[in-house]
Design a protein around this ligand. Sequence first.
Ligand SMILES: Nc1ncnc2c1ncn2[C@@H]1O[C@H](COP(=O)(O)OP(=O)(O)OP(=O)(O)O)[C@@H](O)[C@H]1O
Ligand SMILES: [Mg+2]
Length: 405
Amino acid sequence: MGKGAPPLPRASVKEVCLITISKNRGKVNRRENLNEIMRIKTLRVKNFRNYAEEEFSFGDGLNVIRGANAQGKTNAAEAVFLLCTGYSPRATKDNQLVKRGEERAEIACRAESRYGEISIEMEISRSEKKSVKINGTPILRLGELPGNVYSVFFNPNELKLVKESPEDRRRFMNISLSQMSRNYLFSLNRYNKILQQRNNLLKESDRLLVRETLPVWDAEFSKYAAKIILLRNEFLKMLAPLAEEAHACLSGGKEKLTMASESGYYGTEAEVADAVKEDLKTAFEKDIRLGFTTVGPHRDDMKLFLDGEDVRLYGSQGQQRTVALALKMAETEIFKARSGEYPVLVLDDVLSELDKVRQRRLLKKTDGIQTIVTCTHAEKSVFGSLPCKKMTVVSGKLKKSSSVD
Ligand SMILES: Nc1ncnc2c1ncn2[C@@H]1O[C@H](COP(=O)(O)OP(=O)(O)OP(=O)(O)O)[C@@H](O)[C@H]1O
Ligand SMILES: [Mg+2]
């Protein structure tokens, strides 16, 4: 699909259909068209983290949640991303999300997109699974949540994306692609289950049983592996030039960001599935010896280079941060290219880590995207005369003097 193509109808946005991006992107005043940005209008939190009961109301552009340390800024940002995706950027267990001394938390938002209004309500309990209602109707599986309101989240912890293990880079792709494609999310869940069962089987002491049973698992394993690999390949193909462009913009174009994917599988779904199956056969003895599966997309990585040098090994803290931010900004552009709308961008505590020039460049890049920024009072000068809605949180409460400047 080329330049000027009509927006995809919502139904088909659920399935991956990555489209190429118009070269004119960003040259028009994006702010003029509210049809092109998803927006969270209100956020309600009850017994969530350090909040008893609070309601936030957001503007369509830049929103700034200010406050001293430990007041509830990240908690509010977390609630937004959790409602959009079902993922918490930091909690490992649901009970961390429930206010101390309470049994359950409720969070809800009202959002707007080109397809109208949508309400999302989530109940989080210490003892039961999360339950979610979309427009008042309960959903059966949490997997139905991503893809209704897209969101991209960034906080200093996301530096892991560049700095740490391949698992953090796979997590980035998984969260992003799960929002873009039901097919991806479904395949990933199936794949992870099969992988776990295959790994359990590999630890089985009865070798004959392993030899006889493994081919059955391998056919299913390869089928879902192929779907994941191809969707990731497509995603990375789009991500690379966009990340390079975003990086040049944030860093002033001093260095060139390049990426390489390590999947190494290309072709049709059937061809990739066959290739994975062959590799599983080759790795059979090794897998049995090690007791886990050494082939497949759960081992993929994506390498990041600045002027040809591996950023993970040689990049400074500031260079790594800028690369991580560039990846996230590129991700927002992919959402826009795919769905016709920008996602809700949540930038938690990002400004304090950037120098003034990069702070300004970043905020400029968010023009026309609903952005929720958290910061301490120290960074307030960055916003200068930029139009934005400012809110202040103190001990889990919104100060009443919030204003639109
Ligand atoms: N389940 C919970 N129940 C009650 N309080 C909690 C819960 N989880 C976190 N908190 C508290 O919420 C407070 C605010 O945390 P949050 O991370 O939102 O702070 P912040 O405003 O982002 O601060 P900083 O500027 O340091 O990043 C912390 O003091 C933390 O102890
Ligand atoms: Mg914080």
